[in-house]
Design a binder for this molecule. Structure first.
Ligand SMILES: Cc1cc2nc3c(=O)[nH]c(=O)nc-3n(C[C@H](O)[C@H](O)[C@H](O)COP(=O)(O)OP(=O)(O)OC[C@H]3O[C@@H](n4cnc5c(N)ncnc54)[C@H](O)[C@@H]3O)c2cc1C
Length: 313
């Protein structure tokens, strides 16, 4: 990225500017090369101003939250990676209807789902139970339409605030986000700034039971002790990617430091020194083998971003 663009951003936006920042520091896989520019805006206006400069200069730019659904290439990202934190950490009740027993929360993109759930459950609001144990932020969860068998972000997000490449913020109805299974269809260059989520008032007992079950399931069935990005592949209609991978005899398969988890076959874990190339290659092997033996083509759930060195591809 041209030096002049970084200087232009510095002229209009405050925040933490890091050149060549290793992305392994900013994702749950602990893998990934340097970003040309890693920028943590000091606040909302700083983000919008920088997004506008990057958009006008057509610099390849992406926004991340906690980096828990991404695989960054070993050669990193050419362009800018912006992390939303300060200025996107608000969480408040924006509307409450005691008679209808409904409440609307306004929540910033940088709020961890765990904080959203804690806030809601302490107040006795129902609807965020499904987020228990998903380690992302609200922005990332909207973008990925994160969820579990108990629900998805599309089920609670009534409105979403987005910024386009022109740096202008606007609210969209949930229909405008084009939610699908673990996806949404925001326009390219859109960043999620926050959302309004609709919850029910009351019913704490049901919520506690749901969360307890989810917690027990994760502790027993997911490899939480090793770096990963959660489920690698989406579940195909009527089946489970983990079951198909296990049935293909791939549980425990290793490539360098990357391993198809022996605990849950739809997780690839970093055993310590895995490269992005190894994870990507292992994904390709799993995909090909599941297609060959089970006749099902798996689609990735994790977002593979950035550059891979030529010999890695
Ligand atoms: C142990 C573990 C368990 C998991 N369990 C689940 C689960 O049960 N269900 C589930 O759905 N997921 C699960 N995940 C995956 C992940 O936590 C979710 O997808 C989460 O919502 C991602 O949020 P994030 O903030 O980390 O997003 P990131 O990983 O930072 O980003 C993911 C994608 O969203 C984009 N993005 C992020 N923020 C924004 C924004 N503000 N505006 C526009 N684009 C944005 C990024 O560019 C990237 O393409 C799990 C992951 C791990 C490591």
């Amino acid at each position: 990225m041209e030096r002049g663009i970084i200087d232009t951003i510095k002229g209009v936006a405050r925040g933490q500017f890091l050149a060549g920042e290793p992305l392994e520091r900013h994702c749950s896989f602990r893998i990934g090369g340097p970003a040309d520019l890693f920028f943590v805006p000091a606040g909302r206006e700083d983000f919008l101003a920088s997004w506008k400069v990057l958009g006008a200069a057509r610099v390849q730019s992406l926004v991340i939250g906690n980096g828990t659904n991404v695989l960054f290439g070993d050669a990193g990202v050419r362009g800018a990676v912006l992390r939303l934190k300060d200025g996107f950490d608000h969480l408040r009740i924006s509307d409450m209807d005691e008679a209808k027993k409904t409440v609307v929360l306004e929540v910033g993109a940088g709020v961890p789902l765990a904080r959203l759930h804690l806030f809601a459950s302490k107040k006795g609001f129902l609807g965020t139970e499904f987020t228990f144990g998903i380690p992302g932020t609200v922005g990332g969860a909207i973008f990925c339409n994160a969820g579990t068998r108990l629900g998805t972000m599309s089920g609670i997000a009534s409105e979403i605030e987005v910024a386009g490449p022109d740096g202008k913020a606007r609210w969209l109805g949930a229909a405008g986000a084009g939610f699908g299974y673990r996806t949404c269809r925001l326009l390219p260059g859109s960043a999620v700034l926050g959302a309004r989520v609709g919850l029910a008032i009351g019913g704490r007992d049901v919520a506690t039971t749901d969360v307890r079950e989810l917690k027990a399931y994760r502790a027993k069935c997911q490899p939480l002790g090793r770096p990963s990005a959660g489920s690698v592949f989406r579940n195909p209609e009527g089946d489970f990617a983990g079951r198909l991978i296990e049935a293909s005899g791939l549980k425990g398969l290793r490539l360098g430091g990357a391993e198809v988890s022996p605990v849950h076959a739809n997780f690839i874990v970093n055993r310590g020194r895995a490269t992005a190339a190894q994870v990507k290659r292992l994904m390709e092997i799993v995909r090909a083998e599941v297609e060959r033996t089970q006749k099902v083509r798996l689609e990735p759930e994790i977002h593979v971003l950035g550059d891979f060195l030529k010999e890695e591809q």
